[in-house]
Design a protein around this ligand. Structure first.
Ligand SMILES: [Zn+2]
Length: 513
């Protein structure tokens, strides 16, 4: 057998985890590393990564595409783990090629406030087809599902990922795939609207996002086990896993190419909201590849990850000492990775509201490799500002308003964390005069207009009319769960079987099964 261009390996120990040609071997996690690092924590995993063989990337690219033609994600498909990049382009919705805008108004603010002269560029990822950076990864994931001959996609999500994968799979498009999304029962209906419009089937679980992930993964494991017994593989598991991380690389390729067209060198620093960590680690990998291929990156830019501070500034716990115990879930100093048990995340953070980033271990490695860091930011509502005086002006809402005010950019609240982090880095002298900094503006402001209604217009925002939402059949059947010893919901065999039954019913009802 010819040596393949890439293999799927454990990020930590390098063991080959599965082979694409054999569905029965599929897994995105390393059981060995989990057993040694996290034996007692069912939610902790050590993720897989696509590892390119020596010379494989170089053999796949012609250098010309990197300096000519329109900047767009499909141009970089040869650097994605897909056997037929030309065929994969059929999945495209025109993602990537997002504007890289010089933020002169923000530069002026930084000069005034910190006496620092920077070249600041915003990469407007909200300009992607479904309004967020997720489309870069969805292009690769949908193309991979097609390539593997899997007609259905299943994933857990509460928002942008659901909208994005639903649009890319969409069974009524020419290259359509069935799309099944497991969501927390209390997920905000407004975030699922795009997914519903693009034909996704939704299933709800009574618990948080992590429970939805657990259920989708358990369902997928059941499918893989069935394949081992001779059944045909049907489902591709989408989400923050190794293929999506490859899709994220196109952000870096574009940044370097767009800067070069403006006769600017590659950036000195890049600021990326962490979320699940997949985007940040993919972006770092993209820059590393360009460096290794000698394509315009001499040294890796410092990569800074942004996370919301989780603290106890909730009105019910207005204790000043506690407010000072600000922490991010990724702690770069602790060597390995264990999630911090934190409370009181604010829903405004939306897409970066991830308590246990699946790719935290990759994020920590990326920060170490690039000499970057984690930057914690607050939301900046009235309660926050009352108990976090020193965060005044470095908060997310201030950054969001600044982008609207000085640049006419309307970004999702989670995207504004990038600018809040830039302010903090400038204040802490982590950025130097004359440096070029790129901030990743991950999503469009139209994704969460309720934040503006609540914090700018001071309107009362109801939590998406909960009762109506819970009785809406469009938002999917409720999958039963068990109760753990602490009273919280748990996924068990019964949940997985119930989900499988509902999924089969959905597939049959559209006459595709
Ligand atoms: Zn391992």
């Amino acid at each position: 057998m010819a040596e393949s261009l890439w293999t799927i390996r454990c990020f930590r120990c390098g063991r080959e985890l599965f082979v694409e040609a054999d569905y029965a071997t599929f897994t995105y996690h390393c059981a060995d590393c989990k057993a040694s690092l996290y034996p007692n924590d069912p939610l902790m995993h050590v993720p897989a990564e696509v590892v390119w063989s020596e010379g494989a990337l170089a053999s796949r690219i012609e250098r010309r595409p990197f300096s000519s033609g329109a900047v767009q994600a499909t141009k970089y498909l040869p650097l994605m783990p897909l056997h037929d990049p030309k065929k994969a382009a059929a999945v495209s919705l025109g993602e990537g090629g997002t504007p890289l805008i010089r933020l002169r108004g923000i530069e002026h603010q930084v000069e005034l406030r910190f006496g620092l002269s920077l070249r600041i560029f915003g990469k407007v990822e909200g300009a992607n087809p479904t309004g967020s950076f997720k489309d870069r990864g969805s292009l690769v994931e949908a193309a991979k599902a097609l390539e593997l001959g899997l007609p259905e996609v299943i994933l857990a999500s509460t928002g942008n990922m659901a909208a994005s994968i639903a649009a890319y799979s969409n069974r009524e498009r020419r290259v359509g795939l069935g799309c099944h999304i497991v969501v927390p029962r209390t997920a905000d209906a407004t975030k699922l609207i795009q997914a519903v419009v693009h034909n996704a089937s939704l299933y709800r679980v009574d618990g948080q996002f992590s429970l939805a992930v657990e259920l989708a993964e358990a369902f997928f494991e059941r499918e893989v086990a069935r394949a081992a017994k001779g059944h045909r593989g049907r489902f591709y598991l989408g989400g923050d896993y190794c293929y999506r991380m490859e899709g994220a690389k196109s952000f870096s390729y574009e940044v370097v190419e767009q800067l070069r067209r403006r006769e600017n060198d590659a950036p000195d620093a890049v600021i990326v909201p962490v979320g699940a960590g997949t985007n940040l680690s993919g972006i770092t990998k993209g820059f590393r590849e360009l460096r290794d291929l000698d394509l315009g990156v001499r040294a890796l830019p410092r990569v800074y990850g942004v996370q919301p501070f989780a603290n106890r500034t909730d009105p019910e716990h207005p204790v000043e000492e506690e407010a000072r115990s600000r922490q991010t879930t990724v702690q770069p100093d602790d060597g390995g990775y264990r999630p911090q048990m934190l409370t009181n995340f604010k829903p405004e953070f939306g897409a970066v509201l991830v308590k246990n980033p699946l790719d935290a271990i990759k994020v920590i490695a990326a920060l170490a490799e690039t000499r970057g860091d984690i930057v914690g930011v607050i939301l900046g509502d009235a309660v926050d500002l009352r108990y976090n005086h020193e965060e005044h002006g470095f908060d997310t809402l201030s950054a969001k308003w600044d982008l609207g005010r000085f640049e006419s950019l309307f970004v999702e609240t989670s995207a504004a964390t990038s600018l809040a982090a830039l302010y903090k880095l400038a204040d802490h002298s982590k950025l130097k005069d004359g440096e070029t900094v790129v901030i990743d503006l991950t999503g469009d402001g139209l994704k969460d207009t309720w934040v503006v209604a609540k914090h700018r217009l001071m309107l009362t925002v109801e939590a998406a009319v909960r009762e109506e939402q819970e009785s809406s059949s469009e938002l999917g059947p409720l999958i039963p769960t068990a109760r753990g010893p602490d009273g919280s919901s748990r996924v068990d065999e019964r949940s997985v079987v119930a989900l499988a039954r509902q999924v089969d019913r959905e597939i049959r009802s559209r006459g595709a099964g």
